[in-house]
Design a binder for this molecule. Structure first.
Ligand code: G1P
Ligand code: ZN
Length: 542
């Protein structure tokens, strides 16, 4: 039993859906990680006799943190901890292992798409036995425990060899080190026709996958190159490094620009994709085309029956509120429900567990299905490849025919990063204060039809989540959403989500920023955000 020195991991702020995310050096302070871990064990009624999965995305401090967690789990009476070899597990693979081994839960070490390294970010979150992020009841209890914790339990033992597959003992606990990839690859093999994808690739269909020096490298190399026969070199940046090659492992056109440039060039591959630090996000590209995550969700939903794991079709679709309404059109045509949830994967868990939806997605490059309880980057890539193999056509053709059938939801997100928190909060509060009087007023060239704050009534557990983003609906059908990020580690990040629908008989091939100009100007006029934040332009446009 070790007494905790003064330490407040959350600094008075409640954890969000992604657990605890801070600078790496903060995590490395004495007792810091330990405080979170003991508070978590206590929040789930102790660890006696329980089994956990532990793994992370390989960023700096991953291995040290795992050794600490293993000692603490043993001291707290756990029966077994299953760990990925080398401490590696992608977030979807960890979710799969929790479900497959029926463990009580798991600890996932990652700061997702944030950079890694001693001067970058680290994170940890607890997932429950369904394989998904802990619900608010548990994260609230962890938070409360961190405020009152006085001591934690640990052992004084040598490090476990995380390189050796098989079982070792730590105190009275079994540590089972597993290959991080095989179980996940097996699951993918059940969902998709590897034979069809193999034939597509053998026919010369060129694929490029950028693992961004992060955790999906070994998964993508094994599945795409070893199992599906893609040529060596199909996976680039495929060896996970502790600082992600000093890059920003966020699969979007900004941070994966070299890949986008390649796919837009004359000799580019037919299909390209990238995943983030912990492997739950995806970016999809075809020769000469970037597929927005919102469109990707809609296309996958419309074609998912082509993959063997989904031949019986969809129970329903879920998307986060800021995600474009492209998927709603598909749901309508399939005669299934489309649920609109707050931002964050945890809201999908209840719908998936209850069998109400099969596929879900977020505009932030997250797509997934009921196969695990996390979003899953490589799953989306393989589903795309399975669809392409069945339809024997290009990504551009698939997009064009989708828009011709359903219309096109022009979409973009503008992020203003690391702005002063007070300025951001006041900006939002000022719009909230005017909400009731906005209907009918002009903003630049548009007229506001309705404005409100999004609230979600969970149809499964009846819980209500309020204040989940400001929505501005314009006459003519355009929409803008404003919300503050819950995952940043520096100041505030203001996200502005812009959307405009173009019917099937309209102009389906405009540049998105040009197509959205009226909406962009309307938001600028209404919020004066550029003057207030001192920024002439967004830091990131996706
Ligand atoms: C961001 C994304 C959100 C995603 C979350 C975790 O959260 O916008 O869709 O679920 O990361 O990956 P935000 O920073 O906007 O709160
Ligand atoms: Zn992630």
């Amino acid at each position: 039993m070790i007494s905790v020195k003064s330490c407040d991991p959350f600094e008075g702020q409640k954890p969000g859906t992604s657990g605890l995310r801070k600078k790496t050096r903060v995590f490395m302070q004495p007792d810091y990680l330990e405080t979170f871990v003991q508070s978590t064990f206590d929040a789930i009624g102790g660890l006696a006799g329980k089994r956990l999965v532990v793994g992370g995305d390989g960023r700096y401090f991953n291995r040290d943190a795992i050794q600490t967690i293993l000692r603490m789990a043993a001291a707290n009476g756990a029966a077994e901890v299953i760990v990925g070899q080398g401490g590696l597990l992608s977030t979807p693979a960890a979710s799969n292992l929790i479900r497959k081994n029926k463990t009580d839960g798991g600890l996932i070490l990652s700061a997702s798409h944030n950079p890694g390294g001693i001067d970058a970010d680290f994170g940890i979150k607890y997932n429950i036995s369904n394989g998904g992020p802990a619900p608010e009841g548990i994260t609230d209890a962890i938070f409360e425990n961190t405020k009152s914790i006085r001591e934690y339990k640990t052992l004084t033992t040598a490090d476990i060899d995380l390189g050796a597959i098989g079982q070792q003992t730590l105190g009275d606990m079994t540590v089972t080190v597993v290959d991080p990839v095989v179980d996940y690859a097996q699951l993918m093999g059940q969902l998709f026709s590897f034979e069809k994808i193999k034939a597509l690739l053998a026919g010369g269909f060129a694929v490029r996958f950028d693992a961004m020096h992060a955790v999906t490298g070994p998964y993508a190399t094994y599945i795409l190159e070893d199992l599906l026969g893609a040529p060596k070199g199909t996976v680039i940046n495929g060896v996970p490094s502790e600082d992600f090659g000093k890059g920003h492992p966020d699969p979007n056109p900004i941070w994966a620009k070299p890949l986008v440039d390649e796919v837009m060039s004359d000799n580019g591959p037919d299909f390209a994709a990238a995943s983030d630090g912990d492997g739950d996000r995806n970016m999809i590209l075809g020769k000469g085309i970037y597929v927005t995550p919102s469109d990707s969700l809609a296309v996958l939903a419309a074609n998912i029956h082509l993959a063997p794991g989904y031949t019986s079709g969809l129970a329903g679709i879920a998307r986060s509120m800021p995600t474009s309404r492209a998927a709603d059109e598909v749901a309508k045509s399939l005669g299934v429900q489309c649920y609109e949830t707050p931002t964050g994967w945890k809201f999908f868990g209840n719908l998936l567990d209850d069998g109400r939806v099969t596929i879900c997605g977020e505009e932030s490059a997250g797509t997934g299905s009921d196969h695990v309880r996390e979003k899953d980057g490589l799953w989306a890539v393989l589903l795309w490849l399975n669809i392409l193999a069945e339809r024997q056509t290009s990504v551009t053709d698939i997009m064009n025919s989708h828009w011709q059938a359903f219309g096109r939801h022009y979409y973009s997100r503008h992020d203003y990063e690391a702005i002063d928190s007070e300025i951001a909060n006041t900006l939002m509060a000022d719009i909230v204060a005017q909400l009731d009087s906005l209907s009918g007023t002009k903003a630049a060239r548009l007229t506001i039809a309705d404005a409100n704050q999004f609230a979600y009534d969970d149809p499964v557990d009846g819980s209500i989540s309020r204040n989940q983003g400001l929505r501005l609906f314009f006459e003519g059908g355009a929409r803008a959403v404003l919300r503050l990020s819950g995952t940043g580690t520096e100041g505030a990040t203001l996200r502005v989500y812009l959307e405009r629908f173009e019917a099937p008989n309209g102009d389906l091939n405009m540049d998105p920023q040009a197509a959205l100009k009226d909406v962009i100007d309307a938001v600028a006029d209404l919020t004066q955000l550029q003057t207030r934040t001192g920024r002439n332009a967004p830091d990131v446009i996706t």
